[in-house]
Design a protein around this ligand. Structure first.
Ligand code: UDP
Ligand code: MG
Length: 333
C-alpha cells in the first residue's frame, strides 16, 4: 500500500512537471513584423535559436505577416508547423509597420518583449546585452544605432534635423537614434497595449510611459536580403505621426504667427502715426490698410490658435491615453 502511494505521488509529480511548462507563459517574446521577408525569416529564426539555446527559459517569436505579396505566409506556415516557438499572425492586408508591430505586441505573452525588424538589421546578438540590462531592473532597453553607413544623405540629414526638432518641441523625451528595436518589460507593454490611438508612433508611446530606461549601442548592419519597405512617403508619415501625436507645436503655430503679426502691425501703425504727427509726413491710404491688415490677420491667427487648443483637448480625450502611469505604490493593501 505504501509503495503504491509513493508510486502514485511520483506519477502525479511527473505529470505536474510535464504540464507546468506547457501552461506557463514564455519568459521572452520576440515580435517581428514582416512584409515581403521570405528570404530573411529562416535566417532570423536560426539566429534566434542560436541565441536562446543556452537558456532554460521558455520563449516565443511572433511574426506578423503584414499582407506580404511574396511567400512569407508559406515560409511562416512551414516553420511554425515544425517549431512551436514560432508563432505568426497573418494580417488581411498591408497595414504598415507600426500597425503590424502593434498586432504582435498585443499578443505577446512574455515577461520581456523584444521588438525587432525581420531583415537582420537588428542583430539578435545585441539582445543578450538588452536582456542583461532588463535583469538589472531597467523596464525599457533601447538599442541605439551608432552608424548610418549606407543610408542616403537625405535620410541621414532628415533624421538629424527631425530628432533635433522633436527634442525641442515635444513634452516627453523621445530618445534619439533609436528605431523599434527595443526590449520592454511586461508592465510597459500593458500600458502601451491600452493605448488605442490609431496613428501609432510606438517609440513615442513607449517613451511616454516614463518607466526606467537605458540604451545598448550597436552598429546597424545593412539589410540582409530584399529591399527596404520604408519608402520616403512611409517614413515621412511616421515622422509626422511623431510630431502630431507628441507635440502641441503645430497647434500653437497660430499663436506664434498671430503674435508676430499683431505686434508688427501695431508697431508700424504707431510709427506711421508719430511720423505724421511729428514730421507731417503723408502716407497713402494703402499703407494704412496694410498696417490694419497685419493687425486683423494677427487676430485671425489668434482665433485659429484658440480653435486649435480646443481641438487639441478633444484629441487628447479621444485618444484616451491613461492619465498617469504608476510605477510603485508603497504601504497600500
Ligand atoms: N514592414 C512591415 N510593413 C510594412 C513595411 C515594413 O511590417 O508595410 C516591416 C519589415 O518587414 C521589417 C520592418 O518592418 O521587418 C522594417 O522595415 P524596413 O526594413 O523596410 O525598414 P528600414 O529598415 O529600411 O527602415
Ligand atoms: Mg530594415
Amino acid at each position: 500500500m505504501q509503495q503504491f502511494l509513493i508510486n502514485y505521488c511520483h506519477t502525479f509529480i511527473n505529470l505536474y512537471k510535464f504540464i507546468k511548462p506547457m501552461s506557463k507563459n514564455p519568459k521572452y517574446s520576440f515580435v517581428v513584423p514582416a512584409y515581403n521577408e521570405e528570404a530573411n525569416i529562416p535566417a532570423l529564426c536560426e539566429r534566434l535559436e542560436i541565441l536562446m539555446k543556452n537558456t532554460d527559459e521558455l520563449w516565443e517569436v511572433i511574426f506578423v505577416n503584414d499582407g506580404s505579396t511574396d511567400n512569407t505566409y508559406s515560409v511562416l506556415n512551414n516553420l511554425s508547423a515544425k517549431n512551436k516557438h514560432i508563432k505568426f499572425i497573418d494580417l488581411s492586408r498591408n497595414f504598415g509597420h507600426q500597425a503590424a508591430l502593434s498586432a504582435g505586441l498585443g499578443n505577446a505573452k512574455g515577461e520581456a518583449i523584444i521588438s525587432m525588424d525581420c531583415d537582420l538589421q537588428d542583430p539578435p546578438e545585441v539582445i543578450q546585452e538588452m536582456i542583461e540590462k532588463w535583469k538589472q531592473g531597467f523596464h525599457i532597453v533601447y538599442a541605439r544605432r551608432r552608424n548610418f553607413r549606407k543610408d542616403s544623405v537625405i535620410k541621414k540629414f532628415g533624421s538629424k534635423i527631425y530628432y533635433r526638432l522633436m527634442g525641442k518641441f515635444t513634452r516627453i523625451d523621445i530618445p534619439k537614434n533609436v528605431g523599434d528595436f527595443r526590449l520592454v518589460d511586461k508592465r510597459v507593454l500593458n500600458e502601451v497595449n491600452q493605448m488605442k490611438e490609431h496613428s501609432r508612433y510606438l517609440r513615442g508611446m513607449v517613451a511616454w510611459t516614463g518607466f526606467k530606461h537605458t540604451f545598448v549601442d550597436y552598429q546597424r548592419p545593412d539589410r540582409e536580403k530584399g529591399v527596404s519597405n520604408y519608402t520616403f512617403g512611409k517614413l515621412a508619415k511616421l515622422g509626422m505621426d511623431g510630431v502630431f501625436n507628441f507635440s502641441m507645436l503645430p497647434l500653437r503655430l497660430g499663436f506664434i504667427l498671430g503674435f508676430i503679426s499683431i505686434i508688427s502691425g501695431f508697431g508700424l501703425l504707431l510709427y506711421q502715426i508719430f511720423d505724421v504727427l511729428i514730421t507731417g509726413a503723408y502716407y497713402h491710404l494703402y499703407k494704412w490698410l496694410v498696417v490694419i491688415l497685419f493687425i486683423l490677420m494677427g487676430f485671425m491667427f489668434m482665433l485659429f490658435w484658440v480653435i486649435g487648443e480646443y481641438i487639441g483637448k478633444i484629441y487628447d480625450d479621444v485618444r484616451q491615453r491613461p492619465l498617469y502611469v504608476i510605477n510603485e505604490m508603497v504601504n497600500f493593501d
